[in-house]
Design a binder for this molecule. Structure first.
Ligand SMILES: [Fe+2]
Length: 198
């Protein structure tokens, strides 16, 4: 079995534990997480990346510090993310220059598990997103269902429904193919996410 670093294993374990702590066992988010983390019990092929930063990463340190000091259910997960962060290759969403400059320079994503991430695993993608203050991450959709783990204040929307703030002990679950968006207010938005799709 290929080796998984202790840092990555601690991150994955903390993510699953945080989702479990924030959900009931029968919630769709808990069931999706169960499938995702069961698939990760065996490590996939490791794929060390050349770490890379984009402009919005200027907010990463403050966002991580706030998340690790929040004293809420995500504290341990935020610490594990802080340990992993120096290894990540951050990128902006393809085509984001066409949206507007505030979005193009105000967001950063990094893949942790999946194509372009630190480890490959069929059917699973795990990553992290960061928004600078007052940035709107536009509507998007994808076939896999998705669970976001908020580690900061921020708001999420599905279809043309209301903006909702899950809070620092909340979870966002996006069913397959649903249109969804997120936005930050005065603080940076930091959230990890995982997707399951066969
Ligand atoms: Fe998404």
């Amino acid at each position: 079995m290929p080796e998984r670093s202790a840092t990555l294993q601690a991150f994955l374990a903390s993510m699953h534990a945080t989702i479990q702590a924030r959900t009931h066992a029968s919630d769709p988010a808990a069931l999706a997480a169960g499938r995702i983390f069961a698939a990760l019990e065996e490590s996939g092929s490791s794929n060390p990346r050349q770490p890379k930063q984009v402009p919005a990463c200027a907010y990463l340190e403050d966002a991580l510090l706030a998340a690790t000091q929040a004293g809420r259910s995500g504290t341990e997960h935020a610490s594990a993310l802080a340990d992993l962060a120096p290894n990540l290759a951050w990128y902006t969403r393809p085509g984001s220059d066409d949206v507007d400059e505030r979005f193009a320079t105000g967001h950063a994503n990094a893949t942790i598990i999946g194509t372009g991430g630190l480890e490959e695993c069929p059917n699973v993608r795990i990553g992290v997103s960061l928004l600078a203050p007052d940035v709107h991450y536009p509507d998007h959709r994808h076939p896999p269902e998705e669970v976001y783990v908020p580690l900061s204040p921020g708001a999420w929307r599905q279809d043309d429904g209301p903006w909702r703030e899950p809070g620092l002990d909340g979870i966002v679950y996006n069913p397959p193919n649903i249109l969804h968006a997120m936005r930050s207010a005065s603080a940076p938005l930091l959230a990890t996410w995982c997707l399951w799709g066969e």
